[in-house]
Design a protein around this ligand. Structure first.
Ligand SMILES: *Cc1c(COP(=O)(O)O)cnc(C)c1O
Length: 385
């Protein structure tokens, strides 16, 4: 459980992100404990949080990375990832990003369209290299998650449709600078029920059988990420149920001994170790509402505005002082947008100007999504120890 060193923050400018690296290390150890098979590989999805000490901790513990941009491939290499542990996905890669991946000989590019495949073949040809590719297949599995973070349905822009899979693989076989390595999937994010993963396994089994029946070897299977976290109870469930998650694949995915299985977890690795720390500027009273106006806004943490996401709000100062009286507040930011609201009608201890507030479970898709809208400074971060 994260302990917040609020005394150390007396003179510090807010808002900022606070990362509990101890919890991060425990989380990564739990992943390693639950996924020990020698042909299983866990890659951290860098897009969730690329803050240097966080990324270095994860890579230092031995996880590979999953990147969705050239910038993330570079950050992985700089943080010490080995090229053979790096995967590069992304729905539309620019030429320089493809070149960067080929130059550094990363493990594989996950390809999402025939058009992109043709471009990779052309670039690899110019560089006199062979590009190792997995095809991202859209398995039409419903992840039962928020519509803005579901990716595995036919209506999403992601991946190659199942009916186009065989022709695309056959196309790979005719391309001298493409080596077909296997299949990639990613069905969505913040998935808290294992049934969609079980359905994914069934689909993968079917597709692999179909490909192997055509005499083509599927060396790698990449089942993506998406495991969710408890935003309601960040203390009680500070480490996600990796045991149950990996067990689902162990149980339902038919993996041959010589096949490699890849996972790409983002949120589940980093969400609970990060909090956005902010100060109360004003408590504004109106006839209808009590507003707690904090100095962090949607520019620092956009998830509530973008996905209606909930982050637990904790008044750290009130907790320290043991304030008993409680009240309902809307906690809002200072940005000139009506959607700049963190929580509505939320019960907190009696709150005053100057109190330090933590927005919990903000390690994933928090700092990395920060913007300078309203010409604000970026939040920055502090790490534990
Ligand atoms: C975003 C993403 C992930 C990680 O998703 P999480 O929900 O954070 O686990 C994994 N793979 C791909 C291809 C992604 O785009």
């Amino acid at each position: 459980m994260t302990v917040f060193p609020i005394d150390e923050w007396k003179g510090r400018e807010t808002p900022f992100y606070y990362y509990d690296l101890d919890l991060l290390r425990q989380t990564v150890e739990e992943i390693k404990r639950c996924a020990q098979e020698p042909n299983w590989h866990v890659h951290y999805a860098v897009k969730a949080c690329a803050t240097e000490p966080v990324l270095k901790t994860i890579i230092g513990a031995g996880l590979g990375t999953d990147c969705v941009s050239g910038g993330e491939v570079r950050a992985s290499l700089e943080a010490g990832a080995k090229p053979e542990q790096i995967l590069f996905a992304g729905v539309a890669k620019a030429d320089w990003e493809i070149r960067l991946a080929l130059e550094n000989e990363i493990a594989a590019l996950n390809v999402e369209s025939v058009e992109e495949l043709e471009n990779i073949e052309r670039i690899a040809g110019e560089m006199n290299k062979v590009a190792h590719v997995c095809l991202r297949i859209n398995p039409n599995v419903d992840a039962h998650t928020h519509k803005k973070i579901t990716t595995g349905l036919n209506i999403n822009k992601f991946g190659i449709q199942m009916k186009d899979m065989m022709p695309t693989i056959e196309k790979c076989m005719t391309m001298p600078h493409i080596a077909f390595e296997g299949l990639h999937f990613h069905i969505g994010s913040q998935i808290t029920d294992f049934a969609p993963y079980r359905n994914l396994c069934m689909q993968v089994n079917k597709l692999v059988e179909q490909i192997e029946a055509a005499g083509i070897v599927v060396k790698n299977i990449d089942v993506g990420g998406g495991l969710g976290v408890s935003y309601d109870h960040p203390n009680h469930f500070c480490i996600p149920d990796f045991e149950g998650y990996f067990r689902t694949f162990r149980k339902f995915l038919k993996l041959r001994e010589d096949q490699e299985l890849h996972f790409e977890l983002g949120r589940a690795v980093v969400a609970q170790c990060g909090s956005l720390i902010t100060r109360v500027l004003y408590v504004k009273h109106t006839e209808q509402k009590e507003f707690v106006m904090v100095d962090a806004g949607m520019t620092d943490l956009i998830r509530p505005a973008l996905y209606d996401a909930y982050h637990k709000v904790e008044n750290l100062t009130a907790k320290r002082e043991g304030r008993k009286e409680r009240m309902r507040y809307d906690v809002v930011g200072p940005i000139c947008e009506s959607s700049d609201v963190f929580v509505e009608n939320f019960e907190l201890p009696l709150t005053h100007r100057g109190d330090i507030i933590a927005l919990r479970s903000a390690g994933a898709y928090g700092e990395i999504m920060a913007s300078q809208y309203n010409l604000r400074r970026l939040p920055g971060h502090v790490v534990s120890e």
